[in-house]
Design a protein around this ligand. Structure first.
Ligand code: NAD
Length: 498
């Protein structure tokens, strides 16, 4: 059986090899590879390689770094299909969906290609007589990324292109459930001309994460995953003196007002809820039907949910693949059962779905739950599966109150024809990323990505301008070149300009 190794200093590395974990093909339910699980020794080896590489990479010119980013971007274009298939085979999502995540991740590389512009400092002439001030930003050193299973290419790509372009060296600890994409990206970087040791991959679970969080040579940690782990990572990383970005889980509401085009809204909500089997941090998991919109909306959503084609991610025509693990499949199906017990109406029941020829795959069909209330588990918990809960509300204000009372605040959407309602919604809702007639409002790479409340622990969103800020430290230089003809008086009072 294939063993997926670390990638350290430009080559595959077995590490101490004492532990490994199974990597499944979710569509067949079969173990297809083992991934090595690293610990403090492997993180130390990667840290030493990254630290050594930092000495030269941080001195490389902006031109050299930009050229590497352009070459890397081109390789991502050329290998999109291949990487998409690697992702699909371990995650379960469709190949087209995987290509979509590669495209969105590549956009961060494109942002990083504009490094020369975004890293420009500013200059103030003559702030005092004969004195100028300028500023510039410098890399932190060795930085690390800890990423979730659901976007094995895109989420790391939110981090490493910006970290590397700004002169840092990087250690990625991807999810142990779909580890191969990280190694493939490492090979592309090498082919793009990135020096060895600048991008490293250490596979593993909690041991590897803890080794990163406590490593004295790692300056910053970027984390994306579930909220409990985000809180843990934030606390540990800050305790150990590191800068940290920590993005957590979500419960995203799509509000539908009576003036919305119901067919349009239902189409988009269905795709947003069941795309990638609901395993997206920006998935629509709650539809809030306002007033008269409810019955009509449920009718169309039911029709659309029944039309979703479930199958293996590499089969043409598949809309939705399996869940990532058997445990996830069981968790989601149990949640549908609990919802029914707690009084929700199961309009479409995805439990027990079998796909011909893939009977052991981790499939579950789309489920649609109506008459869900804020007290039910199906509303409170992040199910991270193809389950859409419908909550009925009397007014837009009631919908906003519901969203604001939810502990998560990642994404939300409003479907309406009213500009006034859209404006009220976007101003009053306590959520970081908002779509108006857009169900999955993932910001472009040149904006930053991040939720509010329990969807982002601390205050550092990811990529875009916030990414540049996160991976660099500012310096401000005050300069005087004394002229022999000028009188200079060095006073004992605190310096002021004149
Ligand atoms: P997860 O929290 O289980 O794992 C994330 C990372 O943490 C993985 O690398 C994993 O190995 C590591 N990890 C797991 N348990 C750990 C522990 N006890 N101690 C230390 N490290 C640990 O998340 P997941 O199941 O891989 O991904 C799904 C979650 O990620 C969902 O909650 C989803 O909403 C969230 N997510 C959020 C965003 C966002 O932008 N806010 C994006 C993608 C995914």
């Amino acid at each position: 059986m294939k063993t997926i190794q670390h990638w350290i200093n430009g080559s595959p590395a077995a590490g101490d090899g004492s532990e490994s974990a199974p990597v499944f093909n979710p569509a067949t339910g079969q173990e297809q590879a083992r991934v090595v699980l690293g610990g403090s020794a492997d993180v130390a080896t990667a840290g030493a390689a990254a630290s050594k590489a930092f000495e030269t990479w941080s001195e490389s010119s902006l031109t050299q770094r930009t050229q590497v980013m352009f070459a890397f971007r081109q390789l991502l274009v050329e290998h999109e299909e291949e990487l998409g298939r690697i992702i699909s085979a371990e995650h379960g999502k469709t190949v087209d969906d995987a290509r979509g995540e590669i495209t969105r991740g590549r956009e961060v590389v494109e942002f990083a290609c504009g490094l020369g512009d975004v890293l420009k400092g500013s200059f103030s002439d003559q702030v005092s007589r004969g004195v100028d001030v300028h500023n510039f930003r410098q890399p932190l050193g060795v930085v690390a990324g800890i990423t979730p299973f659901n976007f094995p290419a895109m989420v790391p790509l939110w981090m490493h292109p910006i970290a590397i372009a700004t002169g840092n060296t990087f250690i990625l600890k991807p999810s142990e459930r779909d580890p191969s994409a990280a190694n493939f990206v490492a090979e592309l970087y090498k082919r793009a001309g990135l020096p060895d040791g600048v991008f490293n991959v250490v596979h593993g679970g909690k041991d590897a994460v803890d080794a990163i969080l406590t490593h004295p040579g790692i300056e910053a940690v970027s984390f994306v995953g579930s909220t409990p782990i985000a809180k843990y990572v934030h606390e540990q990383a800050t305790t150990h003196g590191k800068r940290v970005q920590a993005l957590g889980g979500a419960k995203n509401h799509a509000v539908v007002l009576p003036d919305a085009d119901l067919e349009f809204a239902a189409n988009h909500i269905t795709a947003g809820a069941y795309g990638s089997a609901g395993e997206r941090c920006m998935a629509v998991s709650v539809a809030v039907a306002v007033g008269d919109a409810a019955d009509g909306l449920v009718e169309v959503l039911e029709r659309k949910a029944r039309e979703v084609k479930v199958g293996p991610g590499d089969a043409p025509g598949t809309d939705m693949g399996p869940l990532v693990t058997k445990a996830a499949q069981e968790r989601v199906e149990n949640a549908v059962g609990t919802a029914a017990t707690q009084g929700a109406t199961v309009v479409v029941d995805g439990r027990g779905l079998k796909v011909d020829g893939h009977e052991d795959g981790f499939f579950t069909g789309p489920s649609l739950l109506d008459h869900v209330t804020a007290e039910m588990d199906a509303y409170k918990e992040e199910l991270f599966g193809p389950v859409l809960a419908i909550v009925r509300a009397e007014s837009l204000d009631e919908a906003i109150e519901l969203i604001n009372a939810n502990p998560y605040g990642n994404g939300t959407a409003l479907f309406t024809a009213s500009g006034e309602a859209a404006r009220r919604f976007q101003r009053n809702v306590k959520v970081g990323m908002i779509g108006i007639n857009v169900p999955v409002p993932v910001p472009m790479s040149y904006y930053s990505f991040g939720g509010w409340k329990d969807s982002l622990i601390g205050d550092n969103p990811i990529h875009g301008p916030e990414g540049i800020r996160f991976y660099t430290r500012p310096k401000v230089v005050t300069t005087r070149w004394p002229q022999p003809t000028h009188q200079h008086h060095a006073g004992f009072n605190f310096p002021t300009s004149n």
